[in-house]
Design a protein. Structure first.
Lengths: 117, 492
């Protein structure tokens, strides 16, 4: 039953595929961005769960704590989350501008307008 | 001494200057600041290059924290070479860009544009200088996010959608790179590239390391725009402001390629990449496909910027072809072509930017016969075009020459034939441009003036460099050869 113990990786793979599917299968730009967000989040979980140690506490300096989780992945993922937020903000800002310019946020409708111009 | 801190100062100064552009809200001042930042990057690159040429690779511990705990910067000869390229292109483009930017970007956004330009430069310089795998991801995102913003500033509303699509593809690529870095960290417990190179060989048969390699290669290929992953590039280059096209064509894909080289040769090692996994078996056909498909598509474009974008894809194919041949001449050709192509494409996009300033469009239908009224711009396009084809005495010839030598060394005659045939396709699309611009009769009234001198001088500097790099190969090929030897020799 080894694979059940690695359930965190199955969650990661499931989220990753869900996110990628949304990005490619949906024409609505907002849904694409949501998919992208889910995809990025799956990687955050991958990092953080890799840093976890069973029966260990949070990495706080104290005499009673001898085994603790690896803090580095958390630090890395904090950075990655900031990058993710910036990407999301830029994507949403672009969608606002696209909506102003095209009056639509659907890829197919935008393509049709681009084809005409 | 300030010189000791040069590896980080060259990244930090543009980073500090960028918010100044934002705060001062003055477009003229912002241009000066951006020019200072770019020239600083160029000066640092020259200083670093002389030091690395004399004393070997530079190591720098950020904040005084030594490597396993802190972030290390490491600049070797390959890095210096790309730094020099970036500094050169950034300075010439910004020197050229003032009028083009005033013409193409909304007045209230000009200072924001220069802010983004400096941030993008920061990201690129950081990617080159760092010796830490996670840091590569962070700097990559800094440069990518600012490029998305700059592309979206284009006048055409399609700039917005092309920027959005680039953002989606670019983020997927960057996240793939992040997954790869995570997997490497899980296996080795380090993010430092030198430590990774030490600890990876015993683990090379594990699925995790192989999966990491696959994620990394695909993620970076997206950023490089290698053929099946290229869809974002033509739109982005076509609708971006001219200055952005010139800057990105010269730097962004080259830097992604540099990261690829660095991971292939100094982290994973030649043995792992090309003996165990036989990446060359995939990379070689893809490169040749890229060269042919992109060149043929370029012939049929209606817009000169779009044509140049597709031609860029073909040139990227030449660069990856050099990697796929896995010998010193091939790598030399890759490095030299990165440099030469940046000059050629930068020069061409700058010349086209001059046309765009005077005429307001880059569509072939509108550009008929305009070359006669703008002889200097036309001349730059012709020389740049010769460089693209690879005519002797231009930079393009040198890189193709080394590529042919590399192919002959491997006995790959098919590749030699492919290179020559693809150059003939380049003749077709370059000639089509020259014919439309010069030999077709002008439709509109000729009140057309030559591009302003402030734009012609940097364009021609770039074009002169193209010719110079084609005649005196000591600088480019000399450094590239040493860098290629170091890359292949350093492999664990």
């Amino acid at each position: 039953m080894n694979w059940i113990l690695h359930y965190n990786y199955w969650v990661v793979i499931f989220l990753m595929m869900t996110g990628l599917y949304l990005v490619f299968a949906r024409a609505n730009l907002i849904r694409k961005v949501i998919g992208l967000n889910i995809f990025q989040t799956s990687v955050f979980i991958l990092f953080i769960s890799a840093g976890a140690v069973r029966q260990a506490s949070a990495p706080i300096l104290s005499e009673s704590i001898t085994s603790y989780a690896n803090p580095l992945p958390h630090a890395l993922i904090l950075t990655a989350i900031v990058v993710g937020v910036a990407t999301m903000a830029l994507a949403l800002a672009l969608i606002v501008r696209i909506h102003e310019a095209y009056g639509a946020i659907d890829d197919d409708l935008i393509h049709r307008q681009n084809g005409e111009s | 001494m300030i010189l000791e801190h040069l590896p980080i100062l060259q990244v930090a100064i543009p980073l500090v200057l960028a918010p100044l552009c934002l705060l001062l809200r003055n477009s003229r001042l912002a241009w000066v600041i951006a020019l200072v930042g770019s020239l600083w990057a160029f000066a640092c690159a020259v200083l670093l290059l002389t030091r690395v040429l004399n004393n070997g690779p530079l190591e720098y511990a950020l904040g005084g924290w030594e490597a396993p705990w802190g972030i290390a910067l490491r600049i070797d000869l390959t890095g210096c070479f790309i730094l020099l390229l970036t500094g050169l292109i950034a300075s010439l483009v910004i020197f050229w860009a003032k009028q083009s930017v005033e013409n193409e970007i909304r007045r209230d956004q000009i200072n924001l544009f220069y802010c983004m330009y400096l941030l993008c430069l920061t990201g690129i310089l950081g990617i080159i200088a760092t010796g830490d795998a996670f840091n590569v991801f962070v700097f990559l995102e800094i440069s990518s996010l600012s490029s998305y913003t700059m592309i979206a500033m284009g006048r055409d509303r399609r700039a917005l959608t092309s920027s959005f699509h680039y953002l989606v593809m670019g983020t997927i690529g960057a996240t793939f790179i992040l997954i790869a870095i995570g997997m490497l960290y899980m296996m080795t417990g380090t993010l430092n590239m030198a430590d990774l190179a030490e600890r990876l060989p015993p683990l090379r048969d594990t699925t995790t390391v192989r999966a990491a390699f696959a994620f990394l290669t695909v993620g970076l290929s997206l950023k490089v725009a290698l053929l099946p992953l290229h869809q974002w590039l033509p739109d982005a280059y076509t609708f971006a402001p001219s200055a952005v096209s010139a800057f990105l064509a010269g730097t962004s894909t080259k830097v992604a390629l540099y990261v690829l080289l660095r991971f292939f040769f100094t982290v994973f090692g030649v043995d792992f990449v090309f003996t165990d996994l036989r990446l060359d078996v995939i990379l070689l056909p893809l490169s040749i496909l890229a060269i042919f498909v992109a060149s043929i598509i370029a012939v049929f474009q209606e817009d000169v910027k779009r044509m140049l974008a597709y031609s860029s894809l073909a040139q990227i194919g030449y660069m990856t072809l050099g990697i796929a041949l896995v010998n010193t001449s091939g790598l030399t050709a890759t490095l030299v072509h990165m440099f030469n192509h940046a000059l050629i494409k930068g020069g061409l996009f700058m010349a086209i930017g001059g046309l765009c300033l005077r005429i307001g469009s880059t569509r072939f239908a509108v550009l008929k016969g305009v070359g006669r009224a703008m002889p200097w711009t036309m001349g730059a396009i012709v020389v740049g075009g010769c460089g693209l084809i690879g005519v002797p005495l231009t930079a393009g010839f040198v890189s193709k020459w080394y590529l042919v030598i590399a192919a002959i060394e491997n006995g790959a005659w098919v590749v030699v034939v492919a290179i020559v045939l693809a150059s003939l396709i380049a003749v077709v699309y370059v000639w089509r441009t020259v014919e439309t611009l010069y030999f077709n009769d002008a439709e509109q009234d000729t009140s057309l003036k030559e591009a302003p001198l402030a734009m012609l001088i940097p364009t021609w500097l770039m074009v002169i460099l193209v010719v110079w790099a084609g005649i005196d190969t000591g600088m480019t090929v000399g450094i590239a050869e040493r860098a290629a030897l170091a890359l292949i020799g350093n492999s664990p």
